[in-house]
Design a protein around this ligand. Structure first.
Ligand code: MF3
Ligand code: CO
Length: 248
């Protein structure tokens, strides 16, 4: 069952998402060669707490950090630590915030200094594929219209969408029904209704879609070691156009 949220609940998710957007803006301002990922993780957590929220990932299924920071061939769930960012890398920062019992979830990929043309295009295409997915997330459409919109955009650009990980409903828990694949045929699955709140999150690989998980049990990397990008917003389904809830 996909929960329909009241306007009051959506306002609480919006407040949570506002803190999250600020945390990602902080990340953007700090990303530079030499930045140690564990230090960024600590700074983001301090920011979220100073705003009255709680970093939502820490302890989730035993996850050891506050955020996920995934570099180059790391797709998602990279664990922040001693690694320092280097010029030319792309780094995905994924953050969850819990506020007053409601979760928000969002991610962006940043360039560390100058990056090569393929990484630049990968970031642009992934960001645009999220926009396409959000544009399909309107009342009356069906769930698979979202993934179809993402996949069509990504594959037209010559990249591939990760199949093993999905977007999700969100609200009182970080992961709620439904699962939202970033691929598929249109017109399938439940009809989208105003008040549903979804985390839409394309993970896009420059090479093939296949991924594997490292021995740390978390870090998902591309099988071919080519770079990957990840953008995510939490949105509320509306009539006409979805409302992005992870904005400042
Ligand atoms: N942001 C991830 C998602 O969208 C969740 C991170 S998993 C965690 O599903 F363990 F790090 F929390
Ligand atoms: Co998510």
């Amino acid at each position: 069952m996909i929960t329909i949220r009241s306007e009051k609940e959506i306002e609480l998710i919006r407040q949570s998402g506002r803190i999250l957007a600020g945390a990602l803006r902080l990340a953007e301002s700090r990303i530079a060669a030499g930045l140690v990922t564990g230090e960024l993780d600590t700074e983001i957590a301090a920011y979220i707490r100073a705003q009255g929220g709680t970093p939502a990932f820490k302890g989730y299924n035993g996850y050891p950090a506050n955020t996920c920071i995934s570099i180059d061939a790391q797709v998602v769930h990279g664990i922040p630590g001693h690694r320092a960012l280097q010029e030319g890398e792309i780094v995905s920062v994924d953050v969850g915030v819990l506020l007053h019992g409601y979760y928000s979830d969002a991610a962006r990929t940043f360039a560390v200094g100058a990056v090569d043309a393929e990484k630049q295009r990968l970031m642009q295409v992934t960001r645009a594929s999220l926009d396409k997915g959000i544009a399909a997330a309107i009342e009356g459409n069906r769930l698979s219209d979202i993934g179809h919109a993402v996949q069509s955009h990504v594959e037209a650009a010559g990249f591939s969408v990760v199949r093993d990980l999905v977007g999700h409903g969100i609200g009182r828990a970080m992961h709620e029904e439904p699962q939202i694949p970033n691929y598929g045929v249109p017109g399938q699955g439940p009809r989208l209704k105003e008040g549903m709140v979804l985390a839409i999150e394309p993970m896009v690989n420059a090479g093939g879609w296949q991924v594997r998980t490292l021995e740390d049990g978390w870090t998902v990397v591309t099988a071919d070691s080519k770079p990957s990008a990840h953008y995510e917003h939490t949105v509320a389904i509306r009539k006409g156009a979805a409302e992005i809830l992870t904005l400042e």
